[in-house]
Write a protein that binds this ligand. Structure first.
Ligand SMILES: [Fe+2]
Length: 288
């Protein structure tokens, strides 16, 4: 097993890994350690990598199979399991500014799939001169902090999800291939740790079962306002070469839209398939 150093990044979540080179695929013991650290810390930042899309795919395939990303215009031509998120190539919105695929709102990636990605990997290839951070919020803590009556309510709720609404430039073939709705519990049990966490993507939410679309949107916004406090958030200021893994099963994220998109902020993105989300009431955990 490769020896590497792990340091916590914040009280909310996250750990930094130094001394691990993903230029070669990790052995199975190292992969198991990374998997366990991801489930515990929810975000892992592996410093000083320099990977091509194919190397990224090869190195991280030890964590699971890739999920094909649904906007095909952003896939690496030579390695289509990896997306290239280049702000200078993003579609332009009505005001003429480039917009990055709804990424600036809090979300968990590709929730509209039957088997959504357990993990998103982002590799910082080119960064803007200023701005362009990504924030991550701990949905385990958010769940624990809910008022008791609201916690009891969300445990019974299910979201019906599709492709993002109001996106520009979505290809018809992608809409047809990935547009089928999927239903997931609003609280999901982590398959590794057994801990519950809130699980949602407001931009992909069509409605909650038993609730109108309009009421669902209001409920979602109110829930976000209730849970999002600085104590559960880690804001990552990228360094070139960072390879960041985030656990989508218990963590949401948003990209800060505060930089010049034409300058070109380039991330390679790989999604790693997880299992079907489920909720099992915790038996050994007690929250005050
Ligand atoms: Fe995302």
């Amino acid at each position: 097993m490769i020896d590497f150093q792990v340091t916590r990044l914040s009280d909310a979540l996250g750990a930094e890994i130094v001394g691990l080179d993903l230029g070669a695929a990790p052995d199975s013991a190292t992969a198991a350690r990374i998997d366990a650290l991801l489930a515990r810390h929810l975000v892992l930042v592996i410093r000083e990598q320099s990977l091509t899309p194919a190397q990224m795919l090869s190195a991280l395939s030890v964590l699971g199979p890739p999920v094909r990303q649904h906007y095909s215009q952003y896939l690496a031509p030579e390695c289509p399991d990896v997306g290239i998120l280049d702000s200078a190539r993003a579609e332009r919105g009505p005001d003429g500014r480039r917009v990055q695929l709804g990424a600036s709102c809090w979300h968990s990636d590709h929730i509209n799939r039957e088997l959504p990605p357990k993990c998103t990997a982002l590799h910082a290839v080119k960064l803007p001169g200023r701005g362009g951070d990504t924030s991550f919020a701990n949905m385990r803590t958010a769940y624990k902090n809910l008022p008791e009556a609201l916690r009891a309510q969300v445990e019974t709720m299910h979201s019906v999800n599709g492709l993002d609404r109001n996106l520009i430039g979505v290809r018809k073939t992608d809409s047809e291939r990935f547009g089928a709705p999927s239903v997931h519990p609003l609280v999901r049990t982590h398959p590794v740790t057994g801990e519950p966490a809130l699980y949602f993507h407001p931009g992909k939410l069509d409605h909650f079962e038993g609730m109108s679309a309009e009421r669902s949107a209001v409920f979602m916004n109110e829930l976000l306002e209730t849970i999002l406090e600085p104590a559960i958030v880690y804001r990552h200021c990228w360094r070139p070469g960072d390879l960041l893994l985030c656990d989508n099963r218990a963590c949401i994220h948003r990209a800060h839209d505060d930089y010049d998109h034409d300058e070109g902020r380039v991330m390679y993105r790989l999604l790693i398939q997880g299992d079907r989300p489920f909720y099992r009431p915790p038996t050994r955990l007690a929250y005050g």
